[in-house]
Design a protein around this ligand. Structure first.
Ligand code: NDP
Length: 487
């Protein structure tokens, strides 16, 4: 089935001058327009407090799109058409009276989408001002970004503020990992292929690895990052979402609530990591100076604007366990960090070896299949299987090789859409299955909060690792203690 344009949408983009809007949202909207997926009457109201006007915004936007969009994908006519959909409104979000003009802008027949690409502290303010300005309908869809708070209590405050004005069915909480093609493919892989469905439990899987590695450092966002740290910035949302998609039971259908109900069950079953488990289950690290892509780079505490006494972690490795029938005894090893040797995200499912081994004993270590799911780079999947080595002299020696599926090569696709294209498209269609429900956010915080509390109570500083390495040695010890290694 080919996706068709949805009904005309009026998109109010709050925070249009910000990094997210400029770097991700406008290019994604351009791509949707290029693909013919924006209805002809769809419009965008770019809202920010800068002193500019529609003509100047369009000119700047056109120039930026030309710079951002790769050459074969940039079509000057489409870009011109796209920017002509965009208007500018100068508005301070705290100015309640200023919101009165918004109602005049929108076309009552169009689907209203409110995108809050702003600091989360503004979500409640914008929602209340929209309501006061009479621009709040039952059909409005509201998009908010992570982080929803910095712990369970603050996330409840933000969610309560939004709930004062909107129903849960109107809220689209973004975790952009859920918009990645490969992440959605996890759902297809698991629930469309009986081959895997029947193997997906503690009888057949020994352990699971999830790595989300970044080679970059703080990139001028020291102040923001230092308040959060890697566990709040990455684990509470992206990595726990990946874990849920791997671990959840089959939903009864593809509806948003069926999928989200199953994810919540996983979050609720995560074993609490108590203070006495910390040494064995969690490693937090902070990078010191080292190299990145062959060049020397400063340590976290030497970055521009750094507080030299900061004990914020830039790396976390942990062992998560799920206390349920399916996953009892199967650890999920998770690691994520900055200034690691490469930018790479992957999930590896390690299957148990065959119950009775009849080949060369020296090769026994090879005897388990692995399913590698690559999120980046080169989105795709590979199943490592064992075959016979070729050649008369090899006897029945084994060899491990991949059954490989690289999406861009296997399927005749010229490009894989960016996560924000998919997410914006689903918002326009009103489909919430790729968005995070309130109880998911809160259960994830509950689990992460107690790890953070344990850190604080122990007073132990993060372990150091040199930029350009795979994190503190303790993160390697964490997995080797269990007789395993990071792939
Ligand atoms: P920025 O700080 O770059 O942008 C924030 C925007 O909000 C700016 O346009 C800013 O205007 C505007 N703003 C803030 N306060 C007011 C106000 N009182 N009145 C009017 N405008 C206001 O943030 P980002 O774009 O980086 O992030 C936006 C949201 O998305 C955040 O919640 C962030 O956590 C989340 N996010 C961002 C990602 C990214 O890649 N950037 C990735 C994932 C999530 P001005 O320029 O005038 O200050």
């Amino acid at each position: 089935m080919v996706d068709q344009p949805v009904c005309a949408c009026d998109l109010m983009l709050f925070g249009a001058s910000g990094d997210l809007a400029q770097r991700k949202l406008f290019p994604a909207l351009y791509q949707l327009d290029r693909a013919g997926l924006l209805a002809s009457d769809s419009r965008v109201l770019a809202i920010a407090r800068r002193d500019t006007d529609t003509a100047a915004l369009r000119k700047a936007l056109l120039a930026r799109l030309e710079e951002q969009i790769p050459e074969p994908e940039f079509d000057a006519t489409v870009a011109q058409g796209f920017v002509s959909r965009v208007e500018y409104l100068e508005l301070d979000f705290t100015d309640t009276d200023g919101f009165l003009v918004l109602n005049d802008w929108r076309h009552p027949g169009n689907q209203l989408i409110v995108y809050m690409a702003t600091p989360p502290s503004m979500y409640g303010v914008i929602a209340r001002n929209l309501r006061a300005g009479g621009c709040c309908t039952e059909r409005t869809r509201v998009v908010v970004e992570k982080p929803i708070g910095h712990d369970l209590e603050s996330s409840k405050v933000i969610n309560d503020e939004l709930a004062e004005v909107y129903r849960e069915s109107q809220l689209f909480r973004i975790d952009h990992y859920l918009g990645k093609e490969t992440v959605q493919n996890l759902i297809a892989l698991r629930f469309a292929n009986n081959l895997f469905a029947s193997q997906w439990d503690q009888n057949h899987i020994s352990h699971v690895e999830i790595t989300v590695a970044e080679s970059m450092g703080i990139e001028g966002r020291w102040g923001y990052f230092d308040q959060a740290g890697q566990i709040r910035d990455m684990i509470q949302n992206h990595l726990l979402q990946l874990l849920c998609l791997i671990a959840m039971d089959p939903p009864s259908d593809l509806s948003a609530d069926s999928i989200r109900d199953e994810k919540v069950k996983v979050l609720k079953a995560l074993k609490r990591i108590t203070p006495d488990m910390m040494a064995e289950y969690v490693v937090r690290g902070q990078y010191t100076s080292g190299t990145s892509e062959g060049k020397p780079v400063p340590g976290y505490l030497d970055e521009e604007g750094a507080n030299k006494a900061s004990e914020t972690e830039t790396f976390v490795a942990l062992k998560a366990e799920i206390d349920n029938w399916r996953w009892s005894g199967v650890p999920f090893y998770i690691r994520t960090g900055k200034r690691l040797p490469e930018k790479m995200s992957q999930i590896i499912i390690h299957f148990k070896p065959a119950p009775h081994y009849i080949f060369d004993p020296d090769q026994k270590h090879l005897a388990n299949n692995k399913l590698i799911i690559r999120l980046q780079p080169d989105e795709g999947m590979a199943l490592k299987i064992l075959t016979k080595d070729q050649g008369l002299d090899k006897g029945m020696r084994l060899r491990q090789g991949p059954l490989e599926l690289t999406f861009s090569e296997t399927f005749d696709t010229d490009r894989i859409p960016d996560a924000y294209e998919r997410l914006l498209w689903e918002i326009m269609r009103g489909n919430q299955y790729l968005f995070v429900r309130r109880d998911e956010v809160e259960h994830a915080w509950r689990w992460v909060d107690q790890i953070i509390r344990n850190w604080h109570d122990s007073g132990e500083p993060p372990k150091r690792y040199a930029a350009g390495t795979w994190g503190p040695v303790a993160s390697i010890a964490m997995i080797t203690r269990d007789g395993r290694s990071w792939y």
